[in-house]
Design a protein around this ligand. Structure first.
Ligand SMILES: Cc1ncc(COP(=O)(O)O)c(C=O)c1O
Length: 390
């Protein structure tokens, strides 16, 4: 019903992934598997809704606090996560990272610590350090059952008085870990016990695989919390610029909204983003489910090819996200040498794991949100480069 196989040429659209690959990798004309957006057109229902709004022609200031937008979000949480949310808790923001950054400022002082599970999405480090807060890292560790958080270690870090906020990534980029209800409940209790507030970034919430279910933070929260998310990953619309969130506590919510509207002058949302979310959440399920099938097949393809070439990797698809976090340590290749070969000989851009902190050494992150024909080239290039680097 939906076509994810046909390649759409993104060159010349000022897109970060293709047109600006040289910014990160030093060379243009690489086949990119990098920043987390996808090479697919968004859902037809989203395109129709935006086109219809554009044909009206008048694009003046607008508001996000309308019944349709709030209702669409409530509907989505109920349908996809069996979570019943209070629409009074909903807030808008231009991007998830803007919202995260703003809450860090609201809830902590310069020099305070923000707890993150590492490896971590690189923008987390930038948001924390850019606000002159410090990173309190809690490394995740890999087990046969997947990535795990040492709760005793987490508690010892949460107990340090200067650590005021836990910035949770749920599901987790880059490992793809989906937090279980039991883990989240434990984390919520620990944060309550130590007076730590929680920012939960749930932008990857729609992309969980193989029976792993996303549990929104609002369903387990105990201490002061903010949940930030967007349809931008799932429906591939980050360039429309729009996100939203839930903040349970009224004073916290008002503080967030007054900074957004007053200090930052962002009271009028991007209307295409608002329209896109309403269309996606009311009519986009069939498209998203077809996309999810395609992405899961992509992940299985990567596992089959990599493990056939290097059985010692025994790489398993992640629990969530279209980002393949690949542990190459069994092959003992040098990260810098591998990057050099990938770029200079294989002409591909694949994120080195150290982008996400030192726990990422020995890993790569390969974005599988693309047509299979492109993915085949990337996986083959990675295999070739690994052979050459050994
Ligand atoms: C965990 C996580 N949060 C936030 C973002 C970016 O969201 P936004 O563009 O809305 O700031 C990404 C994008 O890769 C992400 O992986």
């Amino acid at each position: 019903m939906f076509d994810f196989s046909t390649v759409i040429d993104r060159h010349g659209t000022w897109c970060t992934q293709w047109d600006y690959v040289a910014d990160r990798f030093g060379t243009a004309d690489l086949l990119p598997f990098t920043i987390s957006d996808m090479d697919f057109a968004t859902a037809p229902c989203v395109l129709d809704a935006i086109s219809q709004r554009l044909s009206h022609g008048v694009l003046g200031y607008s508001r996000w606090k309308n019944e349709e937008f709030l209702g669409a979000i409530q509907h989505w949480f109920s349908k996809r996560f069996h979570s019943s949310i209070d629409t009074d808790h909903i807030v808008y923001g231009p991007s998830v990272i803007y919202m995260v950054s703003q809450m860090i400022r609201q809830w902590s002082e310069v020099g305070d610590g923000v707890v993150v599970h590492t490896p971590a999405y690189d923008a987390f480090y930038k948001a924390i350090e850019g606000n002159e807060r410090t990173i309190a890292a809690v490394p995740l560790h890999q087990t046969a059952e997947g990535w795990r958080c040492d709760m005793a270690l987490l508690e010892s870090v949460l107990a340090e008085p200067r650590n005021k906020i836990l910035l949770l990534c749920s599901p987790h980029n880059p490992t793809g870990k989906v937090w279980t209800r039991e883990e989240l409940t434990t984390i919520a209790s620990l944060c309550e016990k130590h007076g730590v507030k929680v920012i939960s970034d749930e932008i990857h919430m729609d992309m969980t695989w193989n029976g792993h279910r996303h549990i929104p933070w609002c369903d387990v929260a105990k201490s002061d919390w903010a949940l930030f998310t967007s349809g931008s990953k799932s429906f591939n619309i980050p360039a429309l610029t729009g996100a939203y969130g839930l903040i349970g506590n009224e004073t916290t919510r008002n503080g967030y909204l007054s900074a957004l509207k007053g200090r930052d002058g962002l009271s009028s949302p991007s209307i295409p983003a608002v329209i896109a979310h309403i269309a996606a959440y009311e009519q986009g399920e069939a498209w998203l489910d077809a996309l999810r099938d395609y992405l899961q097949a992509n992940m299985r393809y990567i596992a089959d090819e990599l493990n056939a070439a290097f059985p010692e990797l025994n790489w398993q698809p992640p629990q969530s996200t279209y980002l393949a976090w690949i542990d190459l340590r069994p092959l003992h290749v040098d990260d810098k040498l591998l990057q050099k070969i990938l770029i200079e000989q294989q002409k591909v851009a694949i994120m080195p794991g150290y982008t996400y902190g030192e726990e990422g050494n020995g890993f790569v992150r390969l974005n599988a949100g693309c047509p299979r024909s492109k993915l085949e080239k990337g996986v083959q290039a990675l295999i070739n480069a690994l052979h050459a680097a050994r």
